[in-house]
Design a protein around this ligand. Structure first.
Ligand code: DGL
Length: 274
């Protein structure tokens, strides 16, 4: 059987990255690991995130994958070079592709970045953007309430408009400060934020372009597979496996919203400490 692309995230959010990968690479087998027992990573310290990322990557490598995609922004920001130093296969991540697109897109030279606390604290997006163009000013902001806001819903459809009101107010509360900064580009630096795109877009207005790191990362995966001649050559239907570290029910239910289609074959596994 053709080797798979291995993708990991702290939990469910990385399915937004997988969704974009499946869009551009429909013939590739994939193995997704969501570390649902230890989510969130965004509030953890860098050493803990590195340890978790190492164990996640090792799990995928034990399944004989051909490349790893670190779908989690927090793990990408804190553990990419740590993983690249330890494993001998291509390890892609979500920060560089998003940063490159942002640097290319801005005309005003002012870019906003939003993400979890640990992503913003790492300064990874700002460092990448400024490495590409030191003249760009980067304004970063952590938005910790966005993750639960995207994951939770009310079961009664009548509450739909109340929920959208809460989303708009939370977005305004976090992003208001960008109004005075004259940014024309905003990086959605967290797996969950694509699901808030409409609300963020409505608040930021037409003059601000939103950069979705998931879309940029999927393009990067295509490029690397082509360059390294690692693309799948089979005409067989692609296989997709999902592993989680906690009970699969919540992942299966919520995941459908993140992936945009039902998830088959979700298995609970235990990750071995490194
Ligand atoms: N997947 C994480 C990220 O993209 C968000 C959820 C978490 O904090 O673990 O940063």
């Amino acid at each position: 059987m053709e080797k798979s692309i291995g993708i990991f995230d702290s939990g469910i959010g990385g399915l937004t990255v997988l969704k974009e990968i499946l869009e551009v690479l429909p013939h590739e087998n994939t193995i997704y690991l969501g570390d649902t027992a230890r989510v969130p990573y965004g509030t953890k310290s860098a050493p803990t995130i590195k340890r978790y990322a190492l164990e996640d990557a090792q799990f995928l490598i034990n399944h004989g994958i051909k490349i790893i995609v670190v779908a989690c922004n927090t793990a990408s920001a804190n553990a990419t070079s740590f993983l690249q130093d330890r494993f001998n296969l291509p390890i892609l991540e979500v920060i560089r592709p998003g940063a490159e697109k942002a640097a290319k897109s801005t005309r005003s030279g002012k870019v906003g970045v939003i993400g979890t606390e640990a992503t913003i604290k790492s300064n990874a997006y700002a460092a990448h953007i400024r490495h590409i163009n030191p003249d760009i000013e980067v304004f970063s902001k952590s938005c910790p309430l966005f993750v639960p806001l995207v994951e939770e819903t009310w079961s009664d459809p009548e509450d739909e408009s109340a929920l959208s009101d809460i989303k708009s107010r939370t977005v305004k509360r976090y992003l208001d400060e960008f109004s005075d900064r004259e940014i024309d580009t905003l990086v959605l630096g967290c797996t969950h934020y694509p699901l808030l795109k409409e609300t963020i877009d409505a608040f930021m207005g037409e003059g601000v372009k939103l950069i979705d790191s998931a879309i940029e990362t999927a393009q990067d995966v295509v490029r690397v597979l082509n360059d390294m001649k690692l693309c799948s050559n089979t005409a067989q239907e692609a296989q997709h496996q999902y592993f989680v570290t906690d009970a699969p029910e919540r992942f299966r239910t919520l995941g459908t919203r993140f992936l945009g289609k039902p998830l088959e074959r979700v298995q609970q596994i235990e990750i071995k400490p490194h």
